[in-house]
Design a protein around this ligand. Structure first.
Ligand code: ADP
Ligand code: MG
Length: 612
């Protein structure tokens, strides 16, 4: 059957670009992010003509991050449109990030004309092959007539089973090719994924293991957020009075301020739970692999996941529930309903958790209340939290900025937190913020995006501020500026360092220029910029930014360059000792003896200490 959108005009010709755009439209693609150039410009224009939004970005990597966040937020893939060769290569970071996060994404890459293949064509590269490692599905349609089928398959692959990235390659000669309208077959919109449920007997066993738990814990991951399981999980938590812990992007599935949220006693909860139910959270590095000493050696894991291959990774689970999280949670609820039951709210476990939460919360409040300048992370985040709109998106990336920020900044709604994620990717923030802002603008006007960036993280995609200003997006960027990666140096120390002739062999690798005026990047494009050093300045600028709905803004917040997560002194010190014994301290190597007293802190991974 010819495509009904073209059927009336069967003698007419249609360009390849239009066929591609129509195939995307049929699959309900709402947003395309990209950078145009040969040979994809016509595709972007054709997409816009069909009512698809095209957002031009400044780097394909950020465009790809943005498109992937659309997939997570809406459940249908966003599209990243890139030119051949280097354009596609830049997008690989976004594809890998989406695939590792299990987020749907469709990348469309232009490629050289087919008759120039192997001849050293302009930007020629084995694109389909290159993308295979980063995707679930990577293909080039055999003809323009095959495009609607391949795009449907790519969209379907991106959302069915475990979601992920897909790639479709479009040779340049497809784009301007004119074909008979009647030769284009109609392919239907791919339906939402079929819902799968767990085996009844496994649900029964899981319910009995949970009921018999002495120290149960639910872990809510971003899979639960993606599955829209908020209602059923909240019911499970409340009806059976079970403590829960969100993973970084699981925050908000049940609100962070819920009385049963034990986020503030994370390490304690993980370490002493005897039964842990994982709702869409993998036992990877974020959850310390599910292994001792962070967990009891005999802890019983109940894994709920849509991906069969995930079940049993790193631990031998007591029960596996293969299926959609929302459906499986409802199955559990039904099973529990059969015999009245609830976890005793006066149990010793609840008491232990509450005590630990209280002391941890007091410790971070104490740090926040310190009045010394420059500010520390806690002071900054407590002031931000005070003004954070309840329904805002929180985007965050950086090392301490993200780790500490996550413990203070609250999420009340599901799918409203986006961060460096499973891949620990730096540079995602602005792309994610742009995607969230597009969704906010279209779905709930007035909603804001607060993007909390470390100064180093901001640098990866800083020029996307121009994109933010061009589309006038409702984004407030906060750059938490410590003059460096992990830690930086103050101006005096910096000046001392510059006395050495060869800065490149002296300046520590984590150092960035002190007191950089990142807010001027925003004012350069017509947004509002603030440079703040005190809590009062921070409060005022944030109030103004929130009140000013007409323009995006950037608040550059100067903090103590050597600030760390002070409540975790022991954990961090231990890790540093480990780092130090593994390799000699780089400071000795980099800094001549005459260097002023620069305290070189050992390098640590981002998220080093997720524990509160
Ligand atoms: P987190 O970073 O929050 O720990 P992960 O990305 O590690 O979360 O885990 C998310 C898990 O959720 C993945 O294993 C993925 O297969 C799973 N998942 C995604 N969507 C669904 C769904 N609808 N139902 C069940 N599991 C899902
Ligand atoms: Mg920094």
């Amino acid at each position: 059957m010819p495509d009904s959108n073209f059927a009336e005009r069967s003698e007419e010709q249609v360009s390849g670009a239009k066929v591609i755009a129509q195939a995307l439209k049929t699959q309900d693609v709402e947003y395309v992010f990209g950078i145009v150039g040969i040979p994809v410009t016509e595709i972007a224009i054709a997409a816009q003509q069909l009512g698809i939004k095209y957002i031009g970005m400044r780097n394909e990597q950020a465009a790809c991050y943005a498109a992937s966040a659309i997939g997570y937020l809406t459940g249908r893939p966003g599209v990243c449109l890139v030119v051949s060769g280097p354009g596609l290569i830049h997008a690989l970071g976004g594809m890998a990030n989406a695939n590792v996060n299990c987020w749907p994404l469709l990348v469309i890459g232009g490629s050289p004309e087919r008759n120039q293949e192997t001849m050293g064509a302009f930007q020629e590269f084995p694109q389909v092959e290159a993308c295979r490692l980063y995707t679930k599905f990577s293909a080039r349609p055999s003809s323009i007539e095959a495009v609607p089928f391949v795009i449907e398959k790519a969209v379907r692959s991106s959302i069915y089973g475990r979601p992920g990235a897909c790639y479709v390659d479009i040779p340049a000669d497809f784009v301007n090719l004119q074909v008979n309208v009647s030769s284009i077959k109609h392919v239907e919109r791919c339906m939402s994924p079929p819902i799968s449920m767990a085996e009844t007997s496994a649900v029964c066993t899981a319910a009995s293991v949970i009921k018999n738990a002495k120290q149960p814990l639910l872990i809510i991951g971003k899979g639960a957020a993606y599955a829209h399981a908020e209602e059923s999980i909240q019911k499970l938590v409340e009806q059976y009075k079970l403590p829960f812990l969100p993973t970084p992007m699981g925050k908000g599935v049940v609100p962070d301020n819920h009385p049963y949220c034990v986020g503030a006693a994370r390490s304690r909860a993980l370490q002493f739970a005897d039964v842990i139910v994982l709702f869409g959270a993998r036992l990877n590095w974020i959850l310390h692999f599910g292994l001792p000493p962070r967990y009891q050696p005999d802890v019983k894991f109940i894994q709920v996941d849509i991906c069969a291959e995930e079940l049993g990774n790193n631990v031998k689970p007591a029960v596996t529930l293969l299926g959609d999280i929302n459906a499986v949670t409802k199955q559990l609820l039904e099973e529990f309903d059969k015999t009245p039951w609830q976890y005793p709210p006066e149990s010793k476990w609840w008491k232990t958790l509450r005590e630990k939460m209280k002391s941890n919360e007091a410790a971070s409040k104490e740090l926040a209340s310190r009045e010394s300048l420059p500010m520390n992370y806690y002071t900054v985040f407590y002031h931000v939290q005070e003004q954070l709109p309840r329904d805002c998106f929180v985007v965050s990336e950086g090392a301490n900025t993200m780790d500490i920020g996550r413990t203070v900044l609250q999420n009340y709604l599901p799918r409203h937190r986006l961060d460096a994620g499973t891949f620990g990717t730096m540079g995602v923030g602005l792309g994610f913020a742009i995607a969230a802002a597009m969704v906010a603008k279209d779905r709930s006007p007035g909603q804001r995006v607060i993007c909390v960036e470390g100064d180093s993280a901001f640098g990866f995609s800083g020029m996307e501020v121009e994109t933010i200003c061009r589309y006038n997006l409702p984004i407030i960027l906060l750059v938490v500026n410590n003059n460096g990666i992990y830690q930086g140096f103050d101006t005096d120390t910096w000046k001392e360092m510059l006395k050495f002739q060869d800065a490149a062999s002296v300046v520590p690798p984590m150092c960035l220029l002190p007191n950089s005026h990142y807010e001027q990047v925003m004012t350069a494009f017509g947004g509002k910029g603030y440079f703040v050093k005190t809590p009062e300045e921070l409060q005022k600028s944030l109030r103004q930014s929130l009140a000013d709905t007409a323009k995006p803004s950037l608040i550059n917040i100067m903090i103590e360059p050597q600030a760390t997560r002070k409540t975790q002194v022991n954990t961090v010190a231990k890790q540093k000792a480990r780092n130090a014994s593994a390799s000699p301290s780089p400071s000795k190597k980099y800094l001549p003896n005459r260097t002023p007293s620069i305290v070189h802190r050992g390098l640590s991974k981002p998220f080093l200490s997720l524990a509160v």
